[in-house]
Each structure stands twice: as structure tokens, then as C-alpha cells.
Design a protein around this ligand. Structure first.
Ligand code: ZN
Length: 159
């Protein structure tokens, strides 16, 4: 067995980091080409890299002396390219052995969010105070037909 000196070891580590980097980029591109059928019209060509990733936010009212008055992360979703309906991605099924629904939702977000065309937040609570454009809700979201889509949860393997 060869002993590796410092510079050789550093070089090998750089090379392996480059390989991992390259594979990560390929995976990222591949994820962007995956499709999620619409839960309403069943349109099959909702390719992730052409979709808007929507993060909904819900509001906790003020309570007690110090509590509440803050926004929380809600669901993820996207608009169908054909019918413009809002597909709310459901993660209800403890499908994979070591991954509870909440974890699956987080894994999906971590791996896929940046593969979408763009990312927006929708502050979905009419009771919440509005302090500016950043915590408002878009006309597209407000007027969209909304329904649940369990495709990612039930069918799509997350990788
Ligand atoms: Zn649709």
C-alpha cells in the first residue's frame, strides 16, 4: 500500500471533491427535468424546471403578552402549466421506512426547490397585518383554483 504524502493527499481530495461536484450538478439538472402531473387536469408535462415553486406561509395571531404575531412555513406547491390550478403538494403518507411525512417534505424541498424556475412565497392569511410587498399575496395565488396533489408523496421516489 502506498503512503500518501500531504500534497498528494490534498490533490486526491480535490479530485474527489470535483467528481462529487460534477455528479451533484448532473443530479440537479436531472431533477429539473422530472415531471409532476397536475392533480386537477392530469396534464403530464409539468416539468419542474418550468414551474414556480410556491411556499405558502400562515400566520400566528398575537396571544398573551409576547406570543404569536409571526409567520410560519406552510405547504409547497406549483401552478399547472395547462390549467393554472394551484397544486398543493401533500405529504401525508409515511411511505418510506425511515422517512416520516414531514421529513419527506423537507427532503423534497432541499433537493428540488432550487430546480424550479423560480421560488415565491405566498402569505396566505387575511387576518394578518400587511407591512409591505414582501408579505403580501399574489393575484395569481389568490385567484387560482386550489387542490391537493399527492403524486410526489405516493409515486415519485425522491432522489
Ligand atoms: Zn392542470
Amino acid at each position: 500500500m502506498n503512503d500518501l504524502s500531504g500534497p498528494e493527499l490534498i490533490k486526491l481530495r480535490e479530485q474527489s471533491a470535483n467528481v462529487i461536484d460534477k455528479i451533484d450538478k448532473q443530479l440537479h439538472e436531472k431533477r429539473g427535468t422530472r415531471k409532476i402531473p397536475c392533480g386537477y387536469c392530469n396534464y403530464k408535462n409539468n416539468t419542474i424546471k418550468n414551474l414556480t415553486f410556491v411556499q405558502t406561509m400562515w400566520y400566528t395571531q398575537p396571544h398573551g403578552c409576547m406570543g404569536g404575531d409571526h409567520w410560519n412555513q406552510g405547504d409547497y406547491g406549483f401552478y399547472c402549466l395547462k390549467c393554472s390550478g394551484f397544486n398543493c403538494l401533500n405529504f401525508n403518507h409515511p411511505y418510506e421506512k425511515n422517512l416520516d411525512p414531514y421529513n419527506r417534505q423537507n427532503v423534497f424541498k432541499r433537493l428540488y426547490r432550487d430546480c424550479f424556475k423560480k421560488i415565491v412565497r405566498e402569505y396566505d392569511d387575511f387576518l394578518a397585518p400587511r407591512t409591505g410587498a414582501a408579505d403580501d399575496i399574489s393575484e395569481q395565488y389568490r385567484s387560482a383554483r386550489k387542490f391537493n396533489n399527492s403524486y410526489v408523496d405516493k409515486v415519485m421516489k425522491i432522489w
